[in-house]
Design a protein around this ligand. Structure first.
Ligand code: FQP
Ligand code: MG
Length: 222
């Protein structure tokens, strides 16, 4: 488990912005700055897909975005890349079912936040038993961003996880925008993960603000 208190992380997962250079209209730095001003509460650096930076350029961008997160006292999570996460002393890492094994990552990156993608109850049970700090459950809706996304789930799996009594922090992911946010939270998620709805918004700060207000409203109803 990470050193971060479970409830602190649960709170931070409210508006989980995920982005890489290939998701932005303007500079990633400017986009992140605006998104944080708008109320993003945790950030994941996901430099992946066509045209993504690699090597030194990827590392340089990661360092710049990490510095922006530090300035805003916001958790900085690295997607997939364990070596980069260790090198930057990131706050955590997100791994999918086809990435490094949870136990290996926990040994290599102790006391940090480890998030796991889960698409089935079996994957949920394995992640909880393995001591994951949060789950990324989806895709909730169809997404253009992740070319190899699995079958769209809706909120069913989130509801099933809660009905079974699992209390692990959960973020929904996949095609989520402000309009769809409340449904995901009311299904039992602690937050929503968003890429395009913020990164390609005309005003990333306004987009983040809208999503944050939807999360807050839904949590009041719950
Ligand atoms: N990156 C992610 N972040 C989350 C989070 F929970 F953080 F919202 N959930 C799910 C994913 C998807 O992770 P993965 O299945 O490995 O695919 P990719 O590496 O292409 O993103
Ligand atoms: Mg991955």
């Amino acid at each position: 488990m990470s050193n971060l208190k479970n409830e602190t992380l649960r709170e931070a997962l409210g508006v989980y912005f995920i982005m890489g250079s290939q998701n932005c209209i303007t500079s990633p730095q400017k986009t992140l700055d605006l998104a944080l001003n708008g109320g993003v509460s945790i950030f994941q650096f996901r430099e992946k897909g066509e045209g993504a930076f690699v090597g030194t350029e990827k590392r340089q961008l990661a360092k710049e975005l990490q510095a922006i997160c530090r300035k805003n006292n916001t958790l900085f999570i690295v997607n997939d890349d364990l070596e980069l996460a260790k090198e930057l002393d990131a706050d955590g890492i997100h791994i999918g079912q086809d990435d490094e094994d949870l136990q290996y990552v926990r040994r290599e990156f102790p006391d940090k936040i480890i998030g796991i993608s889960a698409h089935t109850l079996e994957e949920v049970e394995k992640a909880v038993a393995g001591g994951a700090d949060y789950l990324g459950v989806g895709p909730i809706y169809a997404t253009e961003t992740k070319k190899d996304a699995k079958e769209v789930k809706g909120t069913t799996l989130i509801e099933q996880i809660r009905d079974l009594g699992y209390t692990i922090p959960i973020v929904g992911i996949g095609g989520i925008n402000a309009k769809r946010t409340q449904e995901v939270i009311l299904a039992g998620a602690d937050g929503v993960s968003v890429i395009t709805a913020i990164s390609k918004a005309e005003s990333p700060d306004k987009a983040s603000q809208e999503i944050k207000s939807e999360v807050t409203q839904a949590k009041k109803i719950k």
